[in-house]
Design a protein around this ligand. Structure first.
Ligand code: KG4
Ligand code: ZN
Length: 332
């Protein structure tokens, strides 16, 4: 089985080919054109600018991966159809529809968040169900219980900013470039994470929801009070990690999963990865821990092709003439 994956939901144009051999999924092609430098100028992603960049890059990338013009050798086309920025999503969706139609190959719509979850399905050892997923990206912060392939239960989500968004906004406040997550993480290495006590939002509430906008306000107050930048970065990062890990452990206690999947752009954060993995080990709960390899934490098309492979095998195809991008597509 060979699946072409297409991703254009935000600021990365990406194509990939994933194959399944002897029951194992493998990456055959993985190309990406990042728009980070373009959006750094405006300090964030402007949807129409993103769409124009996708149009400029998507056909050269298609040439680059060397897929036959006839589509020979490809069994299905998997494309991100939401959630994301509609003008950006549309570029990938329309390419997916055109290729599917002209090649006469099935079109498999993929939820971007499901793609992030499937980014861990590459290693020899793969997750077992039920799997608890902590999905942390620029647009989403969700705790999801995955009972089987394609079967999700939303346990909790952010009530305001996503974790990645909080990193980006705090970085902007501190005068750091976009995207802010990696910048804060780098600066945090020079600061003391206990220097400033920022709130751990909603840690005391019994549900599994998150809220990060109050934390952002606390950072603003500290910054205006002339606290040191590296101390702010380190203390802020610690507050976000404590909150994410605390709620995740609570969800573990409530749902008793067999494994934990940490995924999404923020899963690149080293402190988050190590703290979560260590907390699971210390609790001696025999829960295996999965996080994507670092090259697959951000948006990419490998994860879309991987999720697409499972959807394709389950017969989840769609009409290549009518698929539309959905900005608010949900997992559940
Ligand atoms: O999943 P992703 O690439 O795009 C969305 O689907 O949103 O996530 C991007 C987010 C950005 O907010 C970025 O700042 C954050 O992931 N991020 C990080 C790190 N690397 C990327 N946040 C914290 N620490 C990092 N090392
Ligand atoms: Zn993403």
């Amino acid at each position: 089985m060979r699946i072409l994956g297409i991703e254009s939901s935000c600021d990365e144009t990406a194509l990939a080919v994933v194959t399944k051999r002897d029951g194992r999924l493998m990456v055959e092609q993985n190309v990406l054109a990042s728009q980070v430098a373009v959006h750094a100028r405006t300090g964030g992603v402007v949807p129409e600018v993103a769409a124009r960049e996708h149009i400029a890059h998507i056909f050269p990338l298609l040439e680059q991966i060397g897929v036959e013009r006839s589509g020979a050798g490809i069994d299905a086309v998997a494309v991100t159809c939401g959630p994301g920025l509609v003008p950006a999503l549309r570029v990938g969706v329309e390419l997916g529809k055109s290729l599917s139609w002209t090649w006469g190959k099935p079109l498999v719509p993929v939820n971007h968040l499901e793609g992030h979850i499937y980014s861990v399905w590459l290693a020899e050892k793969t997750p077992v169900f039920p799997a608890l997923c902590l999905l942390v990206s620029g647009g989403h912060t969700e705790l999801v219980l995955m009972r089987n392939h394609g079967v999700y239960e939303l346990l909790g989500m952010t009530r305001d900013d996503a974790a990645g968004e909080a990193f980006d906004k705090v970085a902007k406040l501190l005068g750091l470039p976009y995207p802010g997550g990696p910048e804060i993480a780098r600066l945090a290495l020079e600061g003391d994470p206990t220097a400033i006590h920022f709130p751990r939002p909603m840690m005391d509430s019994p549900n599994l929801d998150f809220s990060f906008s109050g934390l952002k306000t606390a950072v603003k107050v500290a910054w205006e009070g002339r606290a040191e930048r590296a101390e702010i970065a380190a203390s802020f990062q610690q507050a976000v990690v404590d909150t994410l890990v605390g709620k995740t452990l609570r969800a573990v206690g409530m749902t008793h999963p067999k494994c934990l999947i940490l995924t999404g752009g923020v899963s690149a954060n080293r402190l988050l990865r190590t703290t979560l993995e260590r907390a699971l080990q210390q609790a001696d709960m025999k829960i295996s821990f999965f996080a994507p390899e670092l090259s697959l934490t951000g948006d990419n098309a490998v994860m879309i092709a991987l999720a697409g492979a499972f959807r394709f095998e389950a017969g989840h195809m769609t009409d290549p003439l009518t698929l539309v991008a959905d900005a608010n597509l949900r997992l559940t």
